[in-house]
Design a protein around this ligand. Structure first.
Ligand code: SIN
Length: 490
């Protein structure tokens, strides 16, 4: 089976600025390639600082009228966008799989996930309430109203080319903000296709602007946004070092920031857990997108009473996972995104083995399949001195760390600067309550490996960042509160 996307009319190669498809000012282009084969899919606009500025010019011009639309008018456009995304689900799913590498079922699943945020924030647009503050003095009325921040810059990663941009653009538009967006250089095509559908849904010109840029040119392009005082907010999903850079460099204009950064999620299996459920939950959480999500368990702590049995059950299931390209419907694990990813995974496995870990299954690249494949791997006897204990591997590798008691597991789980997701399996009600409170993470999964939902607040603590996406809290990051005090009343 092959993909035939060019006929679907969703492929765009130019920037989308002010309602027009526009080449980079100097006509520069860069290649987007298929991680399964390394073949070039398209050459897209390689934007520089001038293109980034043009996008802000358009968004700033569009803001005064967009903020004055009725919430139900914005909701109607978002609903139409949601419908169009779902109508193009097959093509978008293929496009995601083509440029990002995830198996087709996951590509289509991601389209539904992205669309769910658009539908959610269409509804939330009509629920932006303020407060009348109980009267404090005669003749005075005090109220608090919520207002859109202004131009929002959204910078998104490659691992969910549709969902991450949808869950930033949808709340921004719902709140009445206008947007300039830059998707990751590995996966700009899905973002450009979504911009096309947003335009068809009736988003007025300048309200949503999307530019693509290669790794090198993205730096001056984004720097333009960081320095421009018209950009009032940055929303970013990606690595912690880049998040810190954005916070530092935008400090000059004190922008509001939402940063969804790296994780190093622990997954704890207690002696009293249902082991089959724990294996199933771990497979769902760890091997989603081949291990390339910020919430994938990175360190698996297993209590010594069940360690041998759990290791065996898990390795059997992991060894059965089918690795292959998205074009093969039976593939469960696709290629990693690029050579840098493969190098990092191999480095983590080699370092673990050098420090005494045992490979129970996998542990190697699969060059016979293509340039970016790594076999699903289980490593026994992992320890805190291994690189994979403190760095996010972002690949299909499960290191198993034995532990003796609950206090030791919680201490080890929290012994990281990161705090995005944490998981544990236990059937003891008192332990469940205790451990959920003790884990330092923005998201906790108890006896569950699949946590993603548009209705839930997604975000971290510590160096995993701040801000929440999705849920009833997701709009707050795009709004400011204005206190209004009116005097002279009878
Ligand atoms: C991420 O990897 O950053 C997002 C994962 C999710 O939405 O579940």
């Amino acid at each position: 089976m092959g993909f035939n996307l060019t006929n679907g009319g969703l492929i765009r190669r130019e920037n989308f600025i002010d309602g027009e498809w526009t080449p980079a000012k100097d006509d520069a282009r860069f290649a987007v390639s298929n991680p399964a084969t390394g073949d070039i899919i398209e050459n897209v606009a390689d934007s520089g600082a001038g293109d980034a500025r043009a996008a802000v010019d358009a968004a700033a011009r569009a803001f005064p009228s967009w903020r004055n639309t009725l919430p139900k008018e914005r909701a109607a456009i978002l609903r139409k966008w949601h419908t169009l995304i779902l109508e193009h689900s097959d093509l978008l799913g293929e496009l995601i799989s083509l440029e990002q590498g995830k198996p087709l079922a996951e590509g289509r699943g991601e389209v539904a996930y992205a669309a769910s945020y658009v539908a959610w924030f269409a509804d939330e647009a009509t629920r932006i309430y303020g407060d009348i503050i109980p009267q404090q003095q005669r003749g005075k009325r005090m109220s608090a109203v919520k207002e859109p921040l202004g131009v929002v810059a959204a910078i998104t990663p490659w691992n969910f080319p549709a969902a991450m941009i949808a869950r930033k653009i949808a709340p921004a538009l719902a709140a009445g903000c206008t947007v300039v967006a830059k998707p990751a250089e590995d996966t700009p095509l899905t973002a450009l296709a979504l911009a096309l559908l947003a335009h068809e849904a009736g988003t007025p010109k300048g309200v949503l602007n999307v530019i693509s840029a290669s790794r090198d040119r993205a730096v001056p392009a984004v720097a333009e946004w960081l320095q421009d005082s018209r950009v009032r907010k940055i929303t970013f999903t990606g690595s912690t070092p880049v998040g810190k850079y954005l916070a530092r460099e935008s400090a000059g204009t004190l922008k509001k920031l939402s940063l969804e950064l790296g994780g190093n999620a622990p997954f704890i299996v207690f002696d009293d857990a249902d082991l089959d459920a724990a294996v199933t939950g771990l497979l769902a959480a760890k091997f989603r997108n081949g291990g390339q999500t910020c919430v994938c368990p990175n360190r698996v702590y297993v209590q010594t009473g069940v360690y041998e049995r759990f290791s065996k059950l898990l390795s059997q299931r992991v060894a059965e996972l089918k690795v292959g390209p998205a074009t093969d419907p039976s593939s469960q694990i696709g290629p990693m995104i690029n050579f840098r990813a493969i190098d990092k995974i191999a480095r983590h496995v080699d370092d673990a083995v050098a420090h005494g870990a045992k490979v129970l299954t996998g542990g190697k690249t699969l060059p016979e399949l293509g340039p970016h494949y790594f076999s699903p791997t289980v490593l026994a006897d992992a320890s805190a001195d291994m690189v994979l204990c403190c760095e996010e591997t972002f690949g299909p590798v499960v290191p198993l760390f034995p532990f003796v008691d609950e206090a030791e597991a919680v201490r080890a789980a929290n012994d990281t600067p990161f705090g995005l997701a944490a998981y544990f399996y236990s059937d003891d009600a008192r332990r469940i309550d205790r451990v959920a409170r003790l884990l330092e993470a923005g998201i906790v999964g108890i006896n569950e490996g699949a946590l993603a939902s548009e209705a839930a607040p997604f975000g971290g603590v510590k160096e995993s960042g701040y801000g929440r996406e999705g849920s009833k809290y997701g709009l707050d990051d795009y709004l400011s509160i204005k206190y209004i005090c009116q005097g002279g009343l009878d």
